[in-house]
Design a binder for this molecule. Sequence first.
Ligand code: ADP
Length: 704
Amino acid sequence: MTKSLAILLVEDSEGDALLISRRIQRAGYDLTFKRVDTADTMLAALGERSWDVILSDYVMPNFSAPAALKVLKNSGLDLPFIVVSGAIGEDTAVAIMRAGAHDYLMKDNLARLVPAIEREIHEAINRRNHRRAEALSMRLGRMLDNSSNEIYVFDAVTFQFIQANHGACNNLGYSQEELLERSPLDLQPEMDYQKFATLIAPLYAQEREQVVFETVQRRRNGSTYPIEVRLTLSRSENPPVFVAIALDITERKRSESALVFMAEASTVLAETLDYETTFQSITRLAVSYLADVCVIDVIEADGTIRRVAESHNDQVKQELVDRLSEESITSVRWPHPVIEVVEAGRSFVSSKIANDELPASVQDDAYQKLLVELSAASYMAVPLTLRGETLGIVSFISTDENRLYSQSDVAIAEELARRAAVAIENARLYQEAQQALRLRDQFLSIAAHELKTPLTALLGNTQLIQRRIARTHTFTERDQRVLQVINQQSQRLSRMVEALLDISRIRGGTLSIERTSVDLSALAERLVDEVQPSLERHSIEIHIPNSPVMVTGDALRLEQVFQNIIQNAIKYTPQGGKIALEITREGDQACVAVTDPGIGIPSKALPNLFRQFYRAGNAQSHHIAGMGLGLYVVREIVALHNGRVEVESTEGEGSTFLVYLPLIRDSLGVGSQSNKTPTRTNGKGPDNSRDNDARQSASAQRTA
Ligand code: ADP
């Protein structure tokens, strides 16, 4: 293979130039050459192309080797410069070599020419590579120095730092000089000599090229951060040194612990099936991973905020956390961060409480002051949202300067809140299912018990009357009474079965009413007339307006409503007495009030009265039978008539049940402005001294 060679010949003699070129070509080179013999032509030639070597005569009429060497130096090029001349003195030869020529040859002995050219070209390449390597290493040095990774070089025996890059100084807050007085053991609180010796043993033993470990590093200001260290032992240095590259892994650690946190949260939340435990589990989990204090507030139906769970670590004073509840809930001043989160349905984060702050609106709030007292470093609050509705808010407080909340923490907190909301929903569904099961069991036991009593009476009495008639073949007045009992018990049984059927209709949504015009006064009068004769210890007074009280509705269903209420009034007045039924007009409403002087209803039972199977404690303690279904059905029927039921009662004094139904417009006429309508009565007027405080609205119950 022919090798190419480009030679710039500084030579005045054409003949010598030819001689030289031939010798080179003979050595197998594909030669490009140019002859120049002045400074200007040489300079121009240098600029024309790149040359591998310069061969220069020593003395020329208009030029010389020293002058050519100067031209080369000024050009900044590093090319082999070989002097090829006639005889010159030794001093001259030494001088030109000192001036920078790489070799010196005689024209009459060119045997060394080609080897000299080859050697010098090789040397020049070496020089160039070396220069490049040096430049590269300087560039790398600068890059390493400016890297945000911390790079340390420290003595392999004393461990004292020899060098540290800017990244290390910046991250730690020490100057280079300060660092050089220290060793890694001074910076790493979790590392002691023994541990470190064990770590580096495989490097000393040359078993491994590098060891990688995680530890914690302490800044000049005392704060700490996790690092991953890659350590190598450099034996080429004398004495040997360790080179350590440390990477701040705060973010990595965070995401790792977020993953663990979420996994654990999912497990814990999946295990809990009631609200209280779910809330408590969330705060406990948050305190082990994300916060020093975690509290959950929920928004009640009336808009107030209630603290439902809180956890805090041992360093935080319980008294302050208690006050956190008080300050945030009882002395809520608007606007409040909790309320702001709820209103906006958006998370809120105050990364560093001392600097950036809670919204300006709450700057002077007691809550803000308390956060400062708690030495809260960072605060965030996320909404607890279910199907677009904000149920509450989870607040996190960090008292650790090393844990200032960022958007990534907010994302974790939001994810936790999202999973918690799902868990709460599951807990709610579970409770509903449990409640349904309880209701079913309750129903079976009540129905069995309640149906059994009249059935036993029926059976006993029919057998009794059968036996006697068989024996005497007569029908006495006593038998008449037994038949009356049979009749009463049958009716009771029938009412219960009806009530059960109604319940199943209500549940199935098939309880419907026929709408006709009904005169409530006439209906009430008929009812009372029917009931009155069977009463022994009770009497019913009726007070109704002179004119018909017309409503739209189902006469049979309305009769069922008033039957139920009247029967209750009788049943819950076991000692006997006067029961009053009064009908009045109140604005566009008709009001039917049934008042009894019976056992009354304990105030704490009032809110539950219209629930299925609910019975007040005193009904049971007076041994008055019942299934707790009547009022539930009453309320449903009245609601289907667009009306409402209310109850006023004082335990031990008696009760009044009030049914309000919309009047037909045309019948609003006479006396419809007030309840002072003249009334017809069949006895004494009702006792109007009702305890208004005890009034409970059934329709209010339903909406609550
Ligand atoms: P039941 O009478 O079969 O128990 P209801 O649904 O009719 O069921 O009534 C529910 C509860 O309301 C009763 O168990 C009782 O505690 C209370 N109650 C209803 N009416 C009266 C009344 N007039 N006086 C006192 N308590 C009553």
